[in-house]
Design a protein around this ligand. Structure first.
Ligand code: HEM
Length: 407
Protein backbone atom coordinates (compact mmCIF):
# COMPACT_ATOMS: atom_id res chain seq x y z
CA UNK A 1 0.00 0.00 0.00
CA UNK A 2 1.28 3.49 -0.84
CA UNK A 3 2.33 5.61 2.11
CA UNK A 4 2.20 8.87 0.14
CA UNK A 5 -0.46 11.33 1.26
CA UNK A 6 -2.96 12.59 -1.41
CA UNK A 7 -1.03 15.84 -2.00
CA UNK A 8 2.22 13.95 -2.59
CA UNK A 9 0.43 11.54 -4.93
CA UNK A 10 -0.94 14.44 -6.99
CA UNK A 11 2.53 15.98 -7.13
CA UNK A 12 3.98 12.67 -8.31
CA UNK A 13 1.36 12.37 -11.06
CA UNK A 14 1.21 15.94 -12.23
CA UNK A 15 4.80 16.86 -11.49
CA UNK A 16 6.50 19.74 -9.72
CA UNK A 17 5.62 23.35 -10.28
CA UNK A 18 7.76 24.86 -13.05
CA UNK A 19 10.35 27.40 -11.91
CA UNK A 20 9.38 30.91 -13.00
CA UNK A 21 12.12 32.72 -14.91
CA UNK A 22 12.50 36.15 -16.52
CA UNK A 23 13.96 34.72 -19.75
CA UNK A 24 12.67 36.61 -22.82
CA UNK A 25 13.39 34.49 -25.91
CA UNK A 26 11.94 37.26 -28.12
CA UNK A 27 14.20 40.12 -27.01
CA UNK A 28 16.55 41.37 -29.74
CA UNK A 29 19.57 40.10 -27.80
CA UNK A 30 18.14 36.58 -27.42
CA UNK A 31 17.00 36.35 -31.02
CA UNK A 32 20.55 37.28 -31.99
CA UNK A 33 22.29 34.78 -29.73
CA UNK A 34 20.14 32.58 -27.46
CA UNK A 35 22.62 29.76 -26.78
CA UNK A 36 24.18 30.96 -23.50
CA UNK A 37 20.68 31.69 -22.14
CA UNK A 38 19.48 28.19 -23.09
CA UNK A 39 22.42 26.76 -21.11
CA UNK A 40 21.72 28.97 -18.14
CA UNK A 41 17.99 28.27 -17.85
CA UNK A 42 18.43 24.59 -18.64
CA UNK A 43 20.49 24.32 -15.43
CA UNK A 44 17.37 25.43 -13.53
CA UNK A 45 14.93 22.93 -15.10
CA UNK A 46 14.09 21.30 -18.43
CA UNK A 47 10.70 23.07 -18.37
CA UNK A 48 10.33 26.63 -17.10
CA UNK A 49 7.58 29.22 -16.90
CA UNK A 50 8.27 32.48 -18.75
CA UNK A 51 6.81 35.18 -16.52
CA UNK A 52 6.89 37.85 -19.24
CA UNK A 53 4.59 35.89 -21.56
CA UNK A 54 2.71 33.74 -19.05
CA UNK A 55 3.65 30.63 -21.00
CA UNK A 56 6.00 27.66 -20.61
CA UNK A 57 9.26 26.82 -22.40
CA UNK A 58 10.98 23.48 -22.84
CA UNK A 59 14.76 23.63 -23.10
CA UNK A 60 16.05 20.04 -23.09
CA UNK A 61 16.30 17.85 -26.17
CA UNK A 62 14.67 14.89 -24.47
CA UNK A 63 11.53 16.75 -23.42
CA UNK A 64 11.31 18.65 -26.72
CA UNK A 65 11.38 15.35 -28.56
CA UNK A 66 8.61 13.98 -26.35
CA UNK A 67 6.50 17.07 -27.04
CA UNK A 68 6.95 17.00 -30.78
CA UNK A 69 5.95 13.37 -31.00
CA UNK A 70 2.96 13.65 -28.64
CA UNK A 71 0.42 15.68 -30.61
CA UNK A 72 -2.42 14.42 -28.42
CA UNK A 73 -1.10 16.24 -25.35
CA UNK A 74 0.82 18.99 -27.17
CA UNK A 75 -1.58 20.20 -29.80
CA UNK A 76 -0.93 22.46 -32.80
CA UNK A 77 -4.63 23.18 -33.30
CA UNK A 78 -4.61 26.18 -30.94
CA UNK A 79 -1.87 27.74 -33.08
CA UNK A 80 1.89 27.30 -33.31
CA UNK A 81 2.37 30.87 -32.13
CA UNK A 82 1.95 32.53 -28.76
CA UNK A 83 -1.65 33.46 -29.62
CA UNK A 84 -3.90 30.89 -27.96
CA UNK A 85 -6.81 30.06 -30.29
CA UNK A 86 -8.76 28.78 -27.28
CA UNK A 87 -9.09 32.42 -26.21
CA UNK A 88 -7.96 34.62 -29.11
CA UNK A 89 -8.62 34.92 -32.84
CA UNK A 90 -5.82 33.90 -35.24
CA UNK A 91 -4.29 36.84 -37.19
CA UNK A 92 -5.20 35.02 -40.43
CA UNK A 93 -7.41 31.97 -41.19
CA UNK A 94 -5.41 29.22 -39.52
CA UNK A 95 -3.28 26.82 -41.56
CA UNK A 96 -5.06 23.56 -42.37
CA UNK A 97 -1.80 21.60 -42.11
CA UNK A 98 0.45 23.32 -39.55
CA UNK A 99 -2.30 24.36 -37.16
CA UNK A 100 -4.48 21.26 -37.02
CA UNK A 101 -4.12 17.87 -35.34
CA UNK A 102 -4.96 14.43 -36.76
CA UNK A 103 -7.33 13.37 -38.24
CA UNK A 104 -7.74 16.74 -40.09
CA UNK A 105 -3.98 17.04 -40.34
CA UNK A 106 -3.68 13.62 -41.95
CA UNK A 107 -5.91 14.66 -44.89
CA UNK A 108 -3.87 17.79 -45.71
CA UNK A 109 -0.59 16.03 -45.08
CA UNK A 110 -1.44 13.23 -47.51
CA UNK A 111 -2.00 15.79 -50.27
CA UNK A 112 1.28 17.65 -49.64
CA UNK A 113 3.24 14.40 -49.14
CA UNK A 114 2.17 13.34 -52.63
CA UNK A 115 2.94 16.71 -54.25
CA UNK A 116 6.36 16.94 -52.55
CA UNK A 117 7.30 13.27 -53.01
CA UNK A 118 10.70 11.89 -54.04
CA UNK A 119 9.66 11.40 -57.72
CA UNK A 120 8.44 15.03 -57.75
CA UNK A 121 11.89 16.11 -56.48
CA UNK A 122 13.61 14.14 -59.24
CA UNK A 123 11.54 16.06 -61.81
CA UNK A 124 12.55 19.38 -60.25
CA UNK A 125 16.23 18.51 -59.90
CA UNK A 126 17.24 19.33 -63.48
CA UNK A 127 15.87 22.87 -63.60
CA UNK A 128 17.00 23.59 -60.01
CA UNK A 129 20.53 22.37 -60.89
CA UNK A 130 20.70 24.51 -64.03
CA UNK A 131 19.74 27.63 -62.04
CA UNK A 132 22.30 26.81 -59.32
CA UNK A 133 25.04 26.43 -61.91
CA UNK A 134 24.23 29.74 -63.67
CA UNK A 135 24.04 31.65 -60.39
CA UNK A 136 27.26 30.29 -58.87
CA UNK A 137 29.19 30.76 -62.14
CA UNK A 138 28.20 34.45 -62.13
CA UNK A 139 29.13 34.87 -58.45
CA UNK A 140 32.50 33.14 -58.88
CA UNK A 141 33.29 35.66 -61.64
CA UNK A 142 32.44 38.51 -59.24
CA UNK A 143 34.59 37.00 -56.44
CA UNK A 144 32.99 39.24 -53.76
CA UNK A 145 29.26 39.36 -53.14
CA UNK A 146 26.60 39.36 -50.45
CA UNK A 147 25.76 35.76 -49.54
CA UNK A 148 22.20 36.76 -48.61
CA UNK A 149 21.10 39.40 -51.12
CA UNK A 150 22.99 37.96 -54.10
CA UNK A 151 22.63 34.25 -53.39
CA UNK A 152 20.43 33.01 -50.53
CA UNK A 153 17.51 35.28 -51.53
CA UNK A 154 17.98 35.06 -55.29
CA UNK A 155 18.01 31.29 -55.70
CA UNK A 156 14.91 30.18 -53.72
CA UNK A 157 12.98 33.20 -55.00
CA UNK A 158 13.59 31.96 -58.54
CA UNK A 159 13.38 28.17 -58.35
CA UNK A 160 10.61 27.71 -55.78
CA UNK A 161 7.92 30.03 -57.24
CA UNK A 162 8.77 28.56 -60.67
CA UNK A 163 8.18 25.07 -59.26
CA UNK A 164 4.91 26.09 -57.58
CA UNK A 165 3.79 27.69 -60.86
CA UNK A 166 3.53 31.36 -59.86
CA UNK A 167 3.54 34.43 -62.04
CA UNK A 168 6.87 36.24 -62.50
CA UNK A 169 5.32 39.51 -61.38
CA UNK A 170 5.12 40.44 -57.69
CA UNK A 171 7.32 37.68 -56.29
CA UNK A 172 8.96 40.14 -53.90
CA UNK A 173 5.70 39.87 -51.92
CA UNK A 174 6.78 36.35 -50.92
CA UNK A 175 9.59 37.77 -48.80
CA UNK A 176 7.37 40.27 -47.02
CA UNK A 177 4.71 37.60 -46.43
CA UNK A 178 7.19 35.07 -45.03
CA UNK A 179 8.65 37.68 -42.69
CA UNK A 180 5.16 38.55 -41.45
CA UNK A 181 3.96 34.95 -41.12
CA UNK A 182 6.98 33.96 -39.01
CA UNK A 183 7.09 37.15 -36.92
CA UNK A 184 3.39 36.69 -36.21
CA UNK A 185 3.94 33.37 -34.43
CA UNK A 186 5.31 35.18 -31.41
CA UNK A 187 4.48 38.19 -29.20
CA UNK A 188 3.19 41.39 -30.70
CA UNK A 189 6.60 43.06 -30.37
CA UNK A 190 8.32 45.64 -32.58
CA UNK A 191 9.29 42.97 -35.14
CA UNK A 192 5.68 41.83 -35.57
CA UNK A 193 4.44 45.44 -35.75
CA UNK A 194 7.07 46.37 -38.36
CA UNK A 195 6.16 43.45 -40.59
CA UNK A 196 2.46 44.41 -40.43
CA UNK A 197 3.26 47.74 -42.16
CA UNK A 198 1.85 47.62 -45.69
CA UNK A 199 0.91 43.98 -45.26
CA UNK A 200 -2.65 44.29 -46.61
CA UNK A 201 -1.54 44.42 -50.25
CA UNK A 202 1.01 41.66 -49.62
CA UNK A 203 -1.63 39.35 -48.12
CA UNK A 204 -4.03 40.17 -50.99
CA UNK A 205 -1.33 39.30 -53.57
CA UNK A 206 -0.54 36.01 -51.82
CA UNK A 207 -4.19 34.99 -51.64
CA UNK A 208 -4.71 35.82 -55.34
CA UNK A 209 -1.76 33.57 -56.27
CA UNK A 210 -3.29 30.62 -54.43
CA UNK A 211 -6.30 30.37 -56.76
CA UNK A 212 -6.34 27.55 -59.31
CA UNK A 213 -6.61 29.87 -62.33
CA UNK A 214 -3.54 31.85 -61.19
CA UNK A 215 -1.28 28.78 -61.18
CA UNK A 216 0.54 27.32 -64.19
CA UNK A 217 -0.91 23.91 -65.17
CA UNK A 218 2.32 21.95 -64.56
CA UNK A 219 3.43 23.23 -61.13
CA UNK A 220 3.16 22.00 -57.53
CA UNK A 221 0.20 24.37 -56.97
CA UNK A 222 -1.81 22.83 -59.81
CA UNK A 223 -0.98 19.36 -58.45
CA UNK A 224 -2.46 20.34 -55.09
CA UNK A 225 -5.68 21.22 -56.93
CA UNK A 226 -5.89 17.73 -58.45
CA UNK A 227 -6.81 16.65 -54.89
CA UNK A 228 -10.05 18.63 -55.40
CA UNK A 229 -10.82 16.56 -58.50
CA UNK A 230 -10.18 13.41 -56.44
CA UNK A 231 -12.61 14.61 -53.79
CA UNK A 232 -9.91 14.73 -51.07
CA UNK A 233 -10.17 18.45 -50.28
CA UNK A 234 -12.34 21.41 -51.33
CA UNK A 235 -11.11 24.19 -53.65
CA UNK A 236 -10.89 26.53 -50.64
CA UNK A 237 -8.75 23.98 -48.78
CA UNK A 238 -6.51 23.46 -51.82
CA UNK A 239 -5.89 27.22 -51.97
CA UNK A 240 -5.01 27.12 -48.25
CA UNK A 241 -2.46 24.38 -48.94
CA UNK A 242 -0.89 26.45 -51.71
CA UNK A 243 -0.70 29.26 -49.15
CA UNK A 244 1.15 26.88 -46.79
CA UNK A 245 3.80 26.29 -49.45
CA UNK A 246 4.17 30.02 -50.04
CA UNK A 247 4.37 30.79 -46.29
CA UNK A 248 6.75 28.01 -45.34
CA UNK A 249 8.81 27.38 -48.47
CA UNK A 250 10.71 30.62 -49.11
CA UNK A 251 12.06 32.38 -46.00
CA UNK A 252 13.00 29.06 -44.44
CA UNK A 253 15.25 28.07 -47.35
CA UNK A 254 16.66 31.60 -47.71
CA UNK A 255 17.77 31.40 -44.08
CA UNK A 256 18.85 27.78 -44.49
CA UNK A 257 21.10 28.69 -47.41
CA UNK A 258 22.44 31.79 -45.65
CA UNK A 259 23.20 29.75 -42.53
CA UNK A 260 25.01 27.13 -44.63
CA UNK A 261 27.25 29.81 -46.16
CA UNK A 262 27.86 31.35 -42.73
CA UNK A 263 28.90 28.00 -41.24
CA UNK A 264 31.48 27.33 -43.96
CA UNK A 265 32.81 30.92 -43.90
CA UNK A 266 33.21 30.71 -40.10
CA UNK A 267 34.73 27.22 -40.11
CA UNK A 268 37.07 27.02 -43.14
CA UNK A 269 38.53 23.68 -42.03
CA UNK A 270 35.04 22.16 -42.39
CA UNK A 271 34.85 23.56 -45.94
CA UNK A 272 38.27 22.04 -46.72
CA UNK A 273 37.00 18.73 -45.37
CA UNK A 274 33.90 18.92 -47.57
CA UNK A 275 36.10 19.73 -50.57
CA UNK A 276 38.12 16.58 -49.86
CA UNK A 277 35.02 14.48 -49.19
CA UNK A 278 32.10 15.94 -51.23
CA UNK A 279 30.12 12.79 -50.49
CA UNK A 280 29.56 14.34 -47.03
CA UNK A 281 27.36 17.08 -48.49
CA UNK A 282 24.08 15.54 -47.28
CA UNK A 283 25.33 14.97 -43.73
CA UNK A 284 26.76 18.50 -43.80
CA UNK A 285 23.23 19.82 -44.49
CA UNK A 286 21.92 18.01 -41.40
CA UNK A 287 24.73 19.43 -39.29
CA UNK A 288 23.92 22.95 -40.57
CA UNK A 289 20.28 22.38 -39.58
CA UNK A 290 21.36 21.19 -36.13
CA UNK A 291 23.98 23.86 -35.53
CA UNK A 292 22.27 26.89 -37.17
CA UNK A 293 18.69 25.76 -37.81
CA UNK A 294 16.59 28.26 -39.76
CA UNK A 295 13.44 27.72 -37.69
CA UNK A 296 14.07 28.67 -34.07
CA UNK A 297 10.77 29.09 -32.21
CA UNK A 298 7.26 27.67 -32.47
CA UNK A 299 4.63 26.77 -29.87
CA UNK A 300 2.33 23.95 -28.85
CA UNK A 301 -0.71 24.10 -26.53
CA UNK A 302 -1.46 21.50 -23.88
CA UNK A 303 -4.73 19.62 -24.49
CA UNK A 304 -4.91 18.62 -20.83
CA UNK A 305 -2.76 18.98 -17.70
CA UNK A 306 0.53 17.17 -18.37
CA UNK A 307 3.65 16.04 -16.58
CA UNK A 308 6.66 16.74 -18.76
CA UNK A 309 10.07 15.76 -17.42
CA UNK A 310 8.64 15.76 -13.89
CA UNK A 311 7.11 19.24 -14.25
CA UNK A 312 3.46 20.19 -14.30
CA UNK A 313 1.92 22.18 -17.15
CA UNK A 314 -1.81 22.94 -16.80
CA UNK A 315 -4.43 22.45 -19.53
CA UNK A 316 -4.61 24.85 -22.54
CA UNK A 317 -1.27 26.50 -21.77
CA UNK A 318 1.13 27.68 -24.44
CA UNK A 319 4.50 25.94 -24.50
CA UNK A 320 7.46 27.33 -26.44
CA UNK A 321 9.30 24.86 -28.67
CA UNK A 322 12.79 26.34 -29.22
CA UNK A 323 14.09 23.84 -31.79
CA UNK A 324 17.53 25.47 -31.52
CA UNK A 325 17.74 24.75 -27.76
CA UNK A 326 17.22 21.03 -28.35
CA UNK A 327 19.75 21.02 -31.15
CA UNK A 328 22.48 22.40 -28.88
CA UNK A 329 21.63 20.50 -25.68
CA UNK A 330 24.97 19.09 -24.43
CA UNK A 331 23.11 16.31 -22.58
CA UNK A 332 22.17 14.92 -26.00
CA UNK A 333 24.93 16.14 -28.36
CA UNK A 334 28.61 15.58 -27.58
CA UNK A 335 30.47 18.88 -28.15
CA UNK A 336 27.09 20.46 -28.88
CA UNK A 337 28.49 23.88 -29.83
CA UNK A 338 30.99 22.48 -32.32
CA UNK A 339 30.16 22.54 -36.05
CA UNK A 340 31.29 19.13 -37.31
CA UNK A 341 30.03 17.77 -40.63
CA UNK A 342 31.16 14.26 -39.73
CA UNK A 343 29.02 13.96 -36.60
CA UNK A 344 25.96 11.71 -36.18
CA UNK A 345 23.01 14.12 -36.56
CA UNK A 346 20.17 11.61 -36.52
CA UNK A 347 17.21 12.98 -34.55
CA UNK A 348 18.10 16.69 -34.88
CA UNK A 349 15.13 19.01 -34.62
CA UNK A 350 16.00 21.33 -37.52
CA UNK A 351 12.96 20.05 -39.43
CA UNK A 352 10.93 19.40 -36.26
CA UNK A 353 9.67 15.92 -35.37
CA UNK A 354 6.49 13.86 -35.14
CA UNK A 355 3.49 14.31 -37.43
CA UNK A 356 4.30 17.95 -38.29
CA UNK A 357 7.90 17.29 -39.30
CA UNK A 358 8.71 19.51 -42.29
CA UNK A 359 6.79 18.26 -45.32
CA UNK A 360 8.96 20.38 -47.64
CA UNK A 361 12.30 19.15 -46.36
CA UNK A 362 13.21 17.42 -49.62
CA UNK A 363 12.80 20.73 -51.48
CA UNK A 364 14.97 22.51 -48.90
CA UNK A 365 17.60 19.75 -48.99
CA UNK A 366 17.64 19.82 -52.80
CA UNK A 367 18.19 23.60 -52.93
CA UNK A 368 21.01 23.60 -50.35
CA UNK A 369 22.67 20.53 -51.86
CA UNK A 370 22.69 21.96 -55.39
CA UNK A 371 24.14 25.30 -54.27
CA UNK A 372 26.82 23.67 -52.10
CA UNK A 373 27.69 21.22 -54.90
CA UNK A 374 28.19 24.08 -57.35
CA UNK A 375 30.35 25.94 -54.84
CA UNK A 376 32.38 22.76 -54.25
CA UNK A 377 33.00 22.47 -57.98
CA UNK A 378 33.71 26.12 -58.65
CA UNK A 379 35.31 27.59 -55.49
CA UNK A 380 38.32 26.53 -53.42
CA UNK A 381 37.70 28.87 -50.50
CA UNK A 382 34.78 30.79 -48.97
CA UNK A 383 35.79 33.56 -46.57
CA UNK A 384 34.09 36.43 -44.79
CA UNK A 385 34.68 39.77 -46.53
CA UNK A 386 32.93 41.79 -43.80
CA UNK A 387 30.77 41.43 -40.74
CA UNK A 388 27.57 39.37 -41.08
CA UNK A 389 24.40 41.24 -40.07
CA UNK A 390 21.63 39.32 -38.36
CA UNK A 391 18.02 39.63 -39.54
CA UNK A 392 15.91 39.49 -36.40
CA UNK A 393 12.70 37.49 -36.68
CA UNK A 394 10.62 36.03 -33.86
CA UNK A 395 10.71 32.53 -35.32
CA UNK A 396 13.48 32.39 -37.91
CA UNK A 397 17.24 32.42 -37.50
CA UNK A 398 19.17 34.02 -40.34
CA UNK A 399 21.04 37.01 -41.69
CA UNK A 400 20.22 40.11 -43.70
CA UNK A 401 23.77 40.47 -45.01
CA UNK A 402 26.76 38.15 -45.33
CA UNK A 403 29.71 39.71 -47.19
CA UNK A 404 31.66 36.85 -48.79
CA UNK A 405 34.76 36.33 -50.91
CA UNK A 406 35.17 33.15 -52.93
CA UNK A 407 38.30 32.09 -54.78
C1 HEM B 1 15.73 24.94 -44.45
C2 HEM B 1 14.45 25.05 -44.75
C3 HEM B 1 13.32 24.63 -43.85
C4 HEM B 1 13.29 24.49 -42.49
C5 HEM B 1 14.43 24.72 -41.50
C6 HEM B 1 11.96 24.05 -42.13
C7 HEM B 1 11.56 23.74 -40.85
C8 HEM B 1 10.32 23.23 -40.52
C9 HEM B 1 9.94 22.79 -39.22
C10 HEM B 1 10.83 22.80 -37.98
C11 HEM B 1 8.64 22.36 -39.28
C12 HEM B 1 7.81 21.77 -38.13
C13 HEM B 1 6.86 22.78 -37.53
C14 HEM B 1 6.12 22.25 -36.33
O1 HEM B 1 6.49 21.21 -35.78
O2 HEM B 1 5.19 22.91 -35.87
C15 HEM B 1 8.20 22.57 -40.63
C16 HEM B 1 6.93 22.28 -41.09
C17 HEM B 1 6.50 22.58 -42.37
N1 HEM B 1 7.28 22.98 -43.43
FE1 HEM B 1 9.27 23.35 -43.39
N2 HEM B 1 11.20 23.98 -43.26
C18 HEM B 1 11.99 24.31 -44.34
C19 HEM B 1 11.61 24.33 -45.67
C20 HEM B 1 10.34 24.11 -46.14
C21 HEM B 1 9.95 24.15 -47.52
C22 HEM B 1 10.90 24.40 -48.69
C23 HEM B 1 8.60 23.93 -47.56
C24 HEM B 1 7.68 23.84 -48.75
C25 HEM B 1 8.03 23.26 -49.87
C26 HEM B 1 8.15 23.74 -46.19
C27 HEM B 1 6.85 23.52 -45.81
C28 HEM B 1 6.47 23.17 -44.52
C29 HEM B 1 5.09 22.89 -44.15
C30 HEM B 1 3.87 22.99 -45.07
C31 HEM B 1 5.12 22.51 -42.81
C32 HEM B 1 3.93 22.06 -41.96
C33 HEM B 1 3.92 20.53 -41.97
C34 HEM B 1 2.86 19.91 -41.09
O3 HEM B 1 2.31 20.60 -40.24
O4 HEM B 1 2.60 18.70 -41.27
N3 HEM B 1 9.24 23.85 -45.35
N4 HEM B 1 9.24 23.08 -41.37
Amino acid sequence: MSTANPTEQTTLTLGKECPQVDFDPFSDAMLDDPFAAYEHYRQIAPVVKLTKYDCYAVLDYHELNIMLTDWENFSSAAGVGLINFHHEKPWRPKSIILEVDPPDHTVSRRVLNRVLSRPAMEKMRQSFAAEASTLITALVARKEFDGIKDLAEVYPLKVFPDAVGLNELGRENLLAYGTLAFNATCPRNHLFEASLQGSESVIAWIMSQCERQALSPDGLGAQIFTAVDRGEVTAVEAAMLVRSLLSAGVDTTINGLGNALLCFARFPQQWRLLKERPELVRSAIDEILRFEGALMNFFRTTSQAVNLGGYHIPKHEKVLVPFAAGNRDPKHWPDAHKFDITRETKGHLGFGGGVHMCVGQMVARLEVELILSQLLQQADTITLAGTPVRRLNNALRGLSSLPLRIA
